[in-house]
Write a protein that binds this ligand. Structure first.
Ligand code: PBG
Length: 323
């Protein structure tokens, strides 16, 4: 045989020299849940190892993440039911939970990038990402709310706003509003292809944000579709997105690859709550090795074309990678 591919796998030195893909803590974004209170860490049942944190604890864990080389945190607030209404008004409160968390983080760890989620669901009594009227999710009426929410987050100090709502035209509406308010330097990480996925279940437990009625299929994408993702990608690019985010991650590697082939923008993949929960659950049963499967999942998303990965396992992964 004059062709023996195994020669290139002979030893760690050769394997290292020819390795095509890498993942480092610098590629990771840590999604974190923030709640009211002091010194509180409330575990999330369906996400072992993840807790809702009061701001002081969030700052402490973000410092750990930053020290491990993780450059960014993505924040998701747990809003008290009494503060939820149909317009998600609390999202604009300069003294609201999320805004205080952002301020505190930027004050304590100025070098850490803070990414904020733009969508109505954590703030809405309907649990939908947009305004609801007679069971319908309104598109154009939702845009000004998302734009104002983005400006409120930028005012608090957010470096990147990440619209996860999937309303049409929101990237442009947000870009204009940010620029009007003088926030030309705030980036938009657009969830451009976000699928109506059952893998978000544990996240909705964490925020108590599941839709009260219906589902999200009139705005999030059908898992069966590929060409539609391309349309969303191209539109968000035109509208002014700085980063394109694909979500979920591992079940949608083809979409990450597609995006890589059609856009020059940086790509983020979101290794979502259900993907994390699956690894943890199987590991708890002794059925698979969490550390290895986590790193393999991240490498796979990088191989597909993701520049950065949002993962609840960010701190675990960074620790493993430093070993
Ligand atoms: C909602 C939002 C969701 C997630 C991020 N932002 C859930 C949803 O669309 O219902 C899911 C993240 C995860 O599952 O980890 N705007």
């Amino acid at each position: 045989m004059n062709q023996r591919p195994r020669r290139n796998r002979l030893n760690p030195a050769i394997r290292g020299l020819i390795r095509e893909t890498s993942v480092s803590p610098a590629n990771l974004v840590w999604p974190a849940f923030v709640q009211e209170g002091n010194k509180l860490r409330s575990p999330i049942m369906s996400m072992p190892g993840v807790a809702r944190l009061s701001i002081d604890q969030l700052v402490c864990d973000c410092q750990k993440a930053f020290d491990l080389g993780i450059p960014a945190v993505a924040l998701f607030p747990v809003i008290e039911n009494s503060l939820k209404n149909s317009e998600g008004k609390e999202s604009l409160n300069p003294k609201g939970l999320l805004q205080r968390a952002v301020k505190e983080l930027k004050k304590s760890i100025p070098g850490l990038l803070v990414i904020t989620d733009v969508a109505l669901d954590p703030y809405s009594c309907d649990g939908h990402d947009g305004l609801v009227q007679d069971g319908k999710i309104l598109n154009d009426e939702t845009l000004p709310l998302l734009a104002s929410m983005s400006v409120a987050q930028a005012e608090a100090g957010a470096d990147v706003v990440a619209p996860s709502d999937m309303m049409d035209g929101r990237v442009e509406a947000i870009r204009w509003a940010l620029d009007d308010a003088g926030f030309n330097d705030v980036l938009i990480c657009s969830y451009c292809a976000k699928y109506a996925s059952a893998f978000y279940g544990p996240f909705r437990d964490a925020l108590d944000s599941a839709p009260k009625e219906g589902d999200k299929k009139t705005y999030q994408m059908d898992p069966a579709n590929v060409r539609e993702a391309l349309r969303e990608i191209l539109l968000d690019e035109e509208e002014g997105a700085d980063w394109l985010l694909i979500k979920p991650g591992l079940p949608y590697l083809d979409i990450i690859r597609l995006t890589r082939e059609h856009s020059v923008l940086p790509i983020a993949a979101y290794h979502v709550s259900g993907e994390y929960a699956m690894l943890k659950a199987a590991a708890e049963k002794g059925w698979l090795n969490y550390d290895s499967c986590l790193i393999e999942s991240l490498i796979s998303m990088r191989r597909a074309g993701a520049d950065m990965i949002f993962t609840y396992g960010a701190l675990d992964a960074a620790s493993i990678l430093h070993r």
